[in-house]
Write a protein that binds this ligand. Structure first.
Ligand code: CTP
Ligand code: MG
Length: 254
């Protein structure tokens, strides 16, 4: 059991860092979470931020089974101590399988304390900041569920079945959803257990896009939108890598 050194308002905070995707849309050799950018594999940027956060007590890493030894090797050879990394777990086919694996893995590190907060983050979002992490945790403590988001800069049109524009939601009511997403641990695990049970029984009907949706669907809890950032982008295609390179150059002065 790890020491409760951090905590947020008496609640322990655990993070699940997802890195079990295959990065198909990147259309490049290798998996994007391991791309070296400014000397560091991509997944290490958000890991570093979570490790440095004064509120995060422990981190569970989720990666493809075949990449787990590589990930462990990277972390054993760099200059960090990674004391907050509790364990490494194999992810699954879809993102929600990986989250479930992380929640399941986390279970054995929990003591009987007050219901902890669990924060789920995509390692494909390397520009995570302490402000985003803290806002996300605060949102979960106050509202049980929170999702980082930013207001859409663009006008969004809803299309009809023929691909023609119909509705136009007010821009101020359109939010671009990001991670981290943070929740009461007990609630998120219950939601995911329901989801996985439905899938095992062949009854899964809804399209699951993120953790907040799982919470809404299975627990009826709507998330609070915490403050994300326009730089907290998900590295999805090669042009996102160029942007990241630019932002990192700004911050390291290269
Ligand atoms: N992820 C995961 N397990 C999966 C799928 C995704 O842990 N089965 C993680 C990815 O590693 C990433 C995050 O979820 O950090 C968001 O997913 P996405 O950006 O879609 O990454 P990939 O699924 O790897 O990319 P693509 O969809 O282009 O294949
Ligand atoms: Mg994906």
């Amino acid at each position: 059991m790890i020491k409760g050194v951090s905590m947020y308002q008496g609640r322990k905070v655990f993070a699940i860092l997802l890195a079990a995707g295959s990065g198909r849309r990147m259309n490049m050799e290798g998996k994007k979470q391991f791309f070296r950018i400014h000397g560091r594999p991509l997944f290490q940027y958000s890991l570093h931020c979570l490790e440095e956060s004064e509120y995060v007590d422990g981190i569970v890493m989720v990666s493809c089974e075949e990449d787990l030894p590589y990930m462990k090797e990277i972390l054993s050879k760099d200059d960090g101590k990674h004391e907050k990394v509790l364990g490494f777990f194999p992810g699954g086919k879809e993102r929600y399988h990986s989250v479930y694996a992380g929640l399941f893995g986390l279970k054995c590190f929990l003591s009987g304390d007050k219901d902890p907060i669990v924060l789920v983050h995509d390692s494909a979002r390397p520009m995570l900041t302490h402000e985003i992490v803290e806002d996300s945790i605060r949102g979960a403590v106050e509202h049980h569920a929170s999702v980082a988001g930013v207001q859409s800069k663009d006008t969004v049109r809803i299309l009809d079945k023929d691909g023609k524009a119909c509705d136009t939601p007010a821009r101020s009511s359109v939010c671009i959803i990001q991670t981290p997403q943070a929740f009461d641990y007990s609630m998120l695990s219950k939601a995911y257990e329901k989801l996985i049970k439905e899938e095992e029984e062949g009854r899964l009907s809804a399209l699951v896009t993120d953790d907040a949706m799982v919470c809404e669907l299975y627990m009826g809890v709507r998330p609070f939108i915490s403050r994300g950032s326009y730089r907290n982008i998900k590295i999805t295609t090669a042009e996102d890598l160029k942007l990241l390179d630019l932002w990192l150059s700004e911050s390291d002065g290269s």
